[in-house]
Design a protein around this ligand. Structure first.
Ligand code: FES
Ligand code: FES
Length: 209
């Protein structure tokens, strides 16, 4: 028995079989699908990456520890990054960078503030004080000596932030009670658990020690 050839299977004898037709339309559909998905992918890509130009760095003058610094910064830069990177004031630590730990505490116009939550440009015209200001030659702020006396530091990573928090707290409440000390320092975290020493230090100073 002979195998039917292509001509025998065509309706009009042109040599174009049903199988050829199905093969051809399958390929066309696949090509259309690929083309469509490429166009969609490009559209998605455009949507994911809008044509946003980086903001330009502009001039800002920051007053830190009594000195004026003229800087050129992008608007997105935080005070913490500026202090550490541009001014090499690395006492304030970058730990959580999300306003959760207090390691970056500095003073702005006398108030304890998380430097990671402030944009540098927003601090123009304000008085910024960092932990470095608590040392003048051989002299250190009494809070620093009291931390040493009460062994209120282990790894030390939270310590500069805590020292600044204690200093600001005692400036505003020099005669604080134990409860007030605990509440007043609640914005700072110590992973080494030196809370007892820090509380003792703040209390001793509140009692005039
Ligand atoms: S680094 Fe700013 S609060 Fe933790
Ligand atoms: S001393 Fe280590 S985190 Fe506080």
């Amino acid at each position: 028995m002979s195998t039917p050839d292509r001509d025998q299977n065509t309706a009009n004898g042109t040599g174009f079989s049903r199988r050829d037709f199905i093969r051809g339309s399958g390929a066309a559909m696949a090509a259309t699908a690929i083309a469509t998905s490429t166009v969609e992918a490009r559209a998605d890509d455009k949507a994911a990456k809008p044509n946003v130009k980086p903001a330009e760095a502009t001039e800002v003058t920051l007053t830190v520890n009594g000195k004026e610094h003229k800087l050129k910064l992008e608007p997105r830069v935080t005070l913490l990054d500026t202090l550490r990177t541009d001014l090499s004031l690395t006492g304030c630590k970058d730990v959580c960078d999300t306003a959760n730990c207090g390691a970056c505490t500095v003073h702005i116009d006398g108030k304890a503030v998380y430097a990671c939550t402030r944009l540098a440009h927003d601090c123009e015209g304000k008085k910024i004080t960092t932990v470095e200001s608590l040392k003048d030659g051989d002299k250190v702020d009494p809070v620093v000596s009291c931390f040493v006396k009460h062994d209120a530091s282990q790894c030390g990573f939270c310590t500069p932030g805590f020292v600044m928090a204690v200093r600001a707290f005692l400036n505003s409440k020099p005669k604080a009670s134990l409860d007030e000390v605990r509440k007043g320092l609640g914005g700072n975290i110590c992973r080494c658990g030196t809370y007892h020493g820090i509380t003792e230090c703040a209390l001793e100073m509140a009692k005039g020690g």
